[in-house]
Design a protein around this ligand. Structure first.
Ligand SMILES: Nc1ncnc2c1ncn2[C@@H]1O[C@H](COP(=O)(O)OP(=O)(O)O)[C@@H](O)[C@H]1O
Ligand SMILES: [Mg+2]
Length: 218
């Protein structure tokens, strides 16, 4: 057991073996917008869905866990540490809702970058094939569709098996066949030991989850 704290306030004890743990984590961007306090755990090998209406704080929750913004209250531990924005992809990988690929690089270069330029080539080839990214991997960002870009963002997060995988609406631009492919890769990474947390309201993704957490609208 270990104590974590947010802003000097002692938090409740947290089990050290959970890959993602949040206790009463909250961030309000304004009095009426943000994430109400939420507590959750995701263990290694588990795929958990966070579901909630648009504006309920799903992306804010993932940004907090990725260390991209600071909470107003509560505490979190992700892959054994308090979230920081500079954790290596091998520990904490993110598929953001806004996909965040570099425009000057090819799709393949974007993906390889997440493995610090040294991907496992066999793993990478399989991933690109199964996600149907291979046909456009040599193109730049401006030359691919949003759906293609989104699958590339999934490949980027999974070019290594991360300890923690945070995924924001990963099927929002996919047709049914490609959505199934994305879900299969999320499952595969959980089976390989990742703790997977997915924000979504897509029934295809929800059906594949081990557990579903419903966020209350603010
Ligand atoms: N950076 C920000 N600045 C101000 N308000 C924000 C910011 N990010 C999100 N919000 C607001 O917080 C609420 C929750 O947003 P978000 O976490 O994106 O919800 P969801 O992902 O569930 O749609 C929304 O009302 C949104 O407009
Ligand atoms: Mg969102």
């Amino acid at each position: 057991m270990s104590e974590v704290d947010a802003g000097g306030m002692p938090g409740p004890p947290i089990e050290a073996n959970e890959a993602i743990e949040a206790v009463e984590l909250t961030k309000m961007w304004s009095p009426t917008a943000g994430l109400r306090p939420v507590s959750l755990t995701v263990a290694a090998g588990e795929m958990v869905v966070v579901r909630g209406r648009s504006g309920s704080g799903k992306s804010t929750l993932l940004a907090l866990l990725a260390g991209l913004c600071r909470p107003d209250g509560g505490s979190a531990r992700v892959a054994g540490a308090a979230p920081t924005g500079d954790t290596p992809w091998a520990k904490v990988a993110l598929v953001p809702q806004v996909l965040g690929m570099a425009v000057e690089l090819s799709i393949r270069e974007n993906i390889v970058d997440a493995a610090a330029g040294r991907p496992d080539e066999a793993r990478l080839a399989g991933l690109l094939e199964r996600l149907d990214v291979a046909p456009f991997a040599g193109r730049r960002l401006g030359e691919v569709s949003m759906g293609q870009q989104q699958r590339a963002a999934v490949a980027r997060a999974l070019v290594q098996v991360p300890t923690v995988l945070l995924v924001d609406e990963p099927t929002s631009f996919q047709d049914g066949r490609h959505a199934d492919g994305v879900v299969a890769e999320l499952h595969r990474s959980a089976a390989a030991g990742a703790a997977v947390l997915v924000a979504t309201h897509d029934p295809i993704v929800v059906a594949a989850a081990d557990r579903v957490l419903d966020l209350q609208a603010v």
